[in-house]
Design a protein around this ligand. Structure first.
Ligand SMILES: C[S@@+](CC[C@H](N)C(=O)[O-])C[C@H]1O[C@@H](n2cnc3c(N)ncnc32)[C@H](O)[C@@H]1O
Length: 249
């Protein structure tokens, strides 16, 4: 079983959580989630870091993001990452760009714990975290024209045809992300799954408020993106890497 298959998890669990009688399905009757909550617990170190830092770093999906910016940094450049996994690449980026505020969104509890531990160990001061569905975070918390860069690295490819509708990158979500970008802001995607890469390209190219910064479809990995954990796993499996970089008109 590939790592991506493991990430996509147990389909029967997904179907259970989306049965009509579940509260989640009642609140969002038509939308399929792009994730399943994977099993796995935080390590003791991750849990301790989470317990210490979450009251300070954790963001409430019921509150506008603008109300949570650190005093004096309201106009700092803002980067939002969807699905940061275990958080290594986000932590690395935040350390390399202390003038920028980073917001990470992830639903996997050990991933959130892992990022908290890295923030604590490396004394990173410019990351805040939502532990929530990114679609709902963008819908409910993020102002239009307020974000400098949105990045989605190696999202679950949902490679079986019957699961493609669960892919995060779809026209509706892309239009919402584009609306959240400032004019000139960047949408940066990466995947190791060739079919998804071409799907991403088709979706982004069809969004009229975005323009492609690549000469053809894809760009070389920009200097700000470190290699991610899933990227390295994909490379071991012989996959390619496809970066897409589009700018808000
Ligand atoms: C394949 S992993 C990639 C992780 C990381 N970006 C990397 O490259 O190593 C995709 C991650 O996206 C998260 N995810 C998927 N859909 C999400 C959503 N709607 N909101 C927040 N996180 C999501 C999953 O929990 C998972 O950790």
């Amino acid at each position: 079983m590939s790592d991506h298959q493991k990430t996509e998890g147990d389909q029967s669990a997904t179907q259970d959580s989306m049965r009509p009688e579940s509260p989640e399905a009642a609140a969002h009757p038509r939308r399929l989630k792009s994730f399943v909550i994977r099993s796995g617990r935080k390590t003791a170190g991750q849990q301790a870091a989470y317990d210490t830092l979450w009251p300070k770093l954790g963001l409430d999906p019921g509150t506008p993001l603008r109300d949570s910016r650190s005093p004096g940094r309201e106009s700092a450049p803002l980067v939002i990452e969807v699905g940061f996994g275990m958080g290594q690449s986000l932590a690395e980026m935040a350390l390399a760009a202390p003038e920028t505020d980073f917001v990470g969104i992830e639903v996997h509890p050990p991933g959130v714990g892992s990022l908290c531990l890295q923030i604590q160990t490396s004394e990173i001061g410019n990351i805040r975290i939502y532990q929530h569905d990114a679609v709902e975070v963008f819908e409910g918390c993020v102002d239009d024209a307020s974000v400098d860069r949105i990045q989605v690295y190696f999202p679950d490819p949902w490679h079986k045809k019957r699961h493609h509708k669960r892919r995060l990158i779809q026209p509706e979500f892309t239009a919402m992300l584009a609306a959240k970008l400032k004019p000139g802001g960047l949408l940066h995607l990466a995947t190791d799954w060739e079919h998804y890469a071409h799907h991403m390209y088709d979706v982004l190219a069809a969004e009229p408020t975005l323009e492609n910064l690549a000469e053809d479809k894809f760009v070389e990995r920009p200097e700000w993106r470190p290699e991610t954990k899933f990227e390295r796993r994909g490379q071991k499996l012989g996959h390619g890497v496809y970066d897409l970089l589009f700018r808000k008109r």
